[in-house]
Design a binder for this molecule. Structure first.
Ligand code: RTP
Ligand code: MG
Length: 141
C-alpha cells in the first residue's frame, strides 16, 4: 500500500446543490484526509489548461463552459491508495452507470454535470496538485 495524494474538485453543480460537506464526509469516512483546500471560480484559461488533455474531444467546449459556470471547491486528498480510492468513491463518469452509493450516483445529474473530478493516476495527480496549489499550501498530516 502506498501513501498517495490526489486532486479532487467538487464541480459547480455540487457546490450549487450545497453538498460540499456531504462529499467531504465521504472522503473522511474512507480514510482520506483533506491536506489542502480552496474555493475558486475558475477562469476560462484555467479550466482549459486543467483539461488540456481533452482539448481535441467533442465535449471539450461544453466541459469548459460547465467548469466555469460557478465556483468549485478544490482539495488535495491524502491516504493509502488515494488516487484509486477517490475514483471508487466518485463512481463512473456517467452517473447513469455509476455504482450505487457513489458520489456521482447520489449527486450528479448527467455526464456533463457530474459533481466531482478526481485525478486518474499518481503522475497526473502530482501535475494537477501543482496546477492549483503551491507546496506551502499543502499541509502534511
Ligand atoms: P474527471 O476528469 O472530471 O474526473 O472525469 P473522468 O476522469 O471520470 O472523465 P474524463 O474522461 O477525464 O472526462 C472529463 C469530463 O468530461 C466530460 N465528458 N463528457 N459527453 C462525453 O462523452 C463526455 N465524456 C467525458 C465529463 O464531465 C467528464 O467528467
Ligand atoms: Mg479525467
Amino acid at each position: 500500500m502506498a501513501l498517495e495524494r490526489t486532486l479532487s474538485i467538487i464541480k459547480p453543480d455540487a457546490v450549487a446543490k450545497n453538498v460540499v460537506g456531504e462529499i467531504y464526509a465521504r472522503f473522511e469516512k474512507a480514510g482520506l484526509k483533506v491536506v489542502a483546500a480552496k474555493m475558486k471560480h475558475l477562469s476560462r484559461k484555467e479550466a482549459e489548461g486543467f483539461y488540456a488533455v481533452h482539448r481535441e474531444r467533442p465535449f471539450f467546449n461544453a466541459l469548459v463552459e460547465f467548469m466555469i459556470s460557478g465556483p468549485v471547491m478544490i482539495q488535495v486528498l491524502q491516504g493509502e491508495n488515494a488516487v484509486l480510492k477517490n475514483r471508487e468513491l466518485m463512481g463512473a463518469t456517467n452517473p447513469k452507470e455509476a455504482a450505487k452509493g457513489t458520489i456521482r450516483a447520489d449527486f450528479a445529474e448527467s455526464i456533463d454535470a457530474n459533481a466531482v473530478h478526481g485525478s486518474d493516476a499518481a503522475e497526473t495527480a502530482a501535475n494537477e496538485i501543482a496546477y492549483f496549489f503551491a507546496t506551502t499550501e499543502v499541509f502534511p498530516r
